[in-house]
Design a protein around this ligand. Sequence first.
Ligand code: C2E
Ligand code: CA
Ligand code: CA
Length: 704
Amino acid sequence: MEHQAPLYDVLNYLPDGIVMVDERGVILFANDAFSEMVGFRSSILLGLNMLSLLADIDVFQKCIEKVMREGKSLDAETNFIHSNGTIIQAVKSVRMIRHNDYVRFFVNVRNQTDLNRLNKELRTSKELIELQAHELSSLLNSKNQELEEILSSIDEVIWYIDNQTLSLRYVNRAVEKVFGFERDNFLSDHTLWQQQIYIDDRNLVQMFFETLLPGQSQEIRFRILHHEGEIRWLSSRIYHHPSLHLFIGITSDITAPKAQSEKIAFLAYHDPLTHLPNRAKLKLQLESRFEHSSTSPFALMFLDLDNFKNINDTMGHKIGDSILIEVSNRLRESVGKYDFCARFGGDEFVILLEDADTLSVDAMAQRLIQTFKKAFRVNEMDFYLSSSIGIVLYPYDASDVEDLIKHADTAMYEAKNKGKNQFVYYHTSMQRALHDYLHIEALIRDGLSQNLFELYFQPLIDTKTLQLEGYEALLRLPHPKEGFIAPDIFISVAESNGDILVIGQEVLKQACDFIETVRKLYDEPFFVAINVSSKQLHQELFANELLEYLHQRFIPTSFIKVELTESAVMENIEIAERQLRLLQQGGVRIALDDFGTGYSSFSYLAQLPIDTLKIDKSFILPLFESSSNRHIVEAISNLAHVLGMKVTAEGVEESSHYNFLMEKNIDTLQGFYLCRPLPKGKILKNLEDKVPYFTPIFPLGYTI
Ligand code: C2E
Ligand code: CA
Ligand code: CA
C-alpha cells in the first residue's frame, strides 16, 4: 500500500517527543524528537527506565498512578535531564492503553522553550497523544489494515500530497468532518482539497508549499469552505519529506476554539427560532473576510418583509413565528450552499453572495422575490407576503462592516418607497448605469466608432539605476459625464462580447505610434508594455500577427513587452505556451501580470519563456498591514530570481513601499509614488523639456 512508509514516518518527524513505557517505566519505544531532546540515541534509550531521565521522579510516578486510577490522559509539567547534564523543562501528556494482557503508557513530551506556542498547542495535546498512542499501538502489530483502522478513528486529519503536483495521495477519515465531503471524494478528485481552500487564502497556502524546503516542518493557518458553505479555520503542521517527495501533514479544525466551544458558539451565533445565523454571526463572517487584506468582491442583501407587522398584530405571535420559520426555510433553500443567510432582526434578513457581478446578483434577487409568490400556509390559512431588498456591492459601495449594512438598509428603504416587493441597488443612478452591461457595451461601440480610446503611459523604473526602463500602456475610455470609465469595467465587457480583439489592435497601433515618436526624442532603449487579454492570446494567429505588425512598422521587437495575467496563461497552458514561444523567438519579452492572485503551478511557469513576474498591487498596497504580504513579496522575489526571471512591483504608492522594495531586491517599480499614468502629450512634453517623470529618493533619504 502506498501510504505505508509515511505513516510510520509521522512518528519520527513529529516535533514532539513520543515515548512508550511499560508500567515500571521501561522505555519500549522513543522517537527521534525525544532522542534529540534528551541527547541519547534511541538504541540507548530502549530498555532504559524513564525515571532515570527525570529530574522530578515524584511527578511522573504520581501522574502514572492517576492515569491508572482514572483511565484518562493527563497533562503535567516535568523536568528531564539531558545527557550533557542540563535540565530541560518540558510538558508531557500521559495516556494509558491496554494491549492484550499488558499495560502501556504513551508519553507525549513537548519542549517548553517557546511558551507562547505551547499555550496555543496545549489544547490539542489530548487529541495529539491519542493519535500518537494509536499509532504506536499499531506499530506493535505493524499491519497496514490495523493502521488504517486506527487512523480512521483519529480526530485530526492526517494526509500527504505529492510535493510537485500537490495532488492528494492519502487522507484519513477525519477529513469528512472538517470538510463535509466524503473521504472518497478526496481520493478520486486529487485537487478537491485545493478547490475548497478559501479564495483569499489560496496564495498563502501556495506560497507556503513553494517555500517549505525538504526536511523542514512548519505550521500554517488558513481558511477552507466547508461543504455547507461555512468558512472554517484550520491549523496544519506540515513536513516536507526529502526522499519520499511528499508533504505530510496533520491538520486540525481550530474554528471552534476560535469561537470558544461549538455549543456556546451555536447559541451565541444562531437565532433560536429559525436556527439561522444571527447578527453576531453575520458580523463575525464579515470580519473574517476582512481579516485578509485582499478580500474578493461580494454582494450583501438586506431583505425586509413587507407588512409583516400586520400579521403579527392581527394573528398573534405564534402564527407570526411559524411564518418566520417558513420564510427562513425558503431563504435558506434559495440561497444555497455557498452563500450565507442570517436573521438580522425581527423580520429582517441579510444575505451574502460570493458572486458579485450584477448578472448573478440580479438573478438571486429575482429568485428571492419569487420565493414569496407562493402562499405561506399556517393552521389551514394562507398568508401572502412579499419582501423588499436593498443591495450593496463590496468594495464599490462600502469598505467596512458598518457601512455595508447601513447602505444596504438605505437601499432597502428605497425599495419600500418605490412600492415594495422589489430590489434596489445602493448605487446612485449614475453608478448603477456604469455597472450595467448593455450601457457599457454601447459606450465601447461609441468609443470605437468615434476613436475615443486613448492610451496613457505609466513609467517603470529600474531600481539599480533609478532610470526609466519602459512604460505600461493603460487604456482609457472617456465618458461624457463621468470623466473616464475604469478599464477594469469596460475590458471585462469587451472580453465577453469579443470587442477586445478590435480594442487590442487599437492598443497595439497607438503603442507603436508612441514608440516611434518617443524614439525621436530619447536615445536610450525602452519598452512599452501592452496588456493582452486571454481572448487575444487564444487567437490562433495572435503572436504571428503581432510580430508581423511590428515588422511592417519597422519597430524592433525589443520595444514591445506583453503583459499577460497569470490566469490567462493557466487557462490553456498548451496554447499559451505556443504563443509565448513564438513571441520569445521573435524577441518580444513577456511579463506575467497580477502575479500571486491566480493559482498557477510553478512547475509549469518554470518551463515558460517568461521574462518578468509582476507582483500584483493587492500585495503591495497593504504591504504594511500584514506581515504575510511582506513574506509573499519576498518569496515571489526569491522564486523569480531562482527561475532566472525579473520581478516588478506595481502599486508603489508610499515611500515606505518604495524603501522596502528597494531593499528586497525587486528589479522594477511602478506606482503613483513614482509617477501616475500620463497621456502621450504630457510624456512628450516632459521629454522635450527634459523634466524627469519623478524625483526618486534613495532609501537613505537624499534625492537625485
Ligand atoms: P493592470 O494591468 O494591473 O494595470 C495596472 C493598474 O494599476 C492600472 O490601473 C494603473 O493605473 C494602476 N496603478 C498603477 N500604479 C498604481 C498605484 O500606485 N496605486 C494604485 N492603486 N493603482 C496603481 P488601470 O489603468 O485602471 O487599469 C486597470 C486594469 O485594466 C489593468 O490592470 C489591466 O488589467 C486592464 N487594462 C488596462 N489597459 C488595458 C489594455 O489596453 N488592454 C487590456 N486587455 N487590459 C487593459
Ligand atoms: Ca498590466
Ligand atoms: Ca497588474
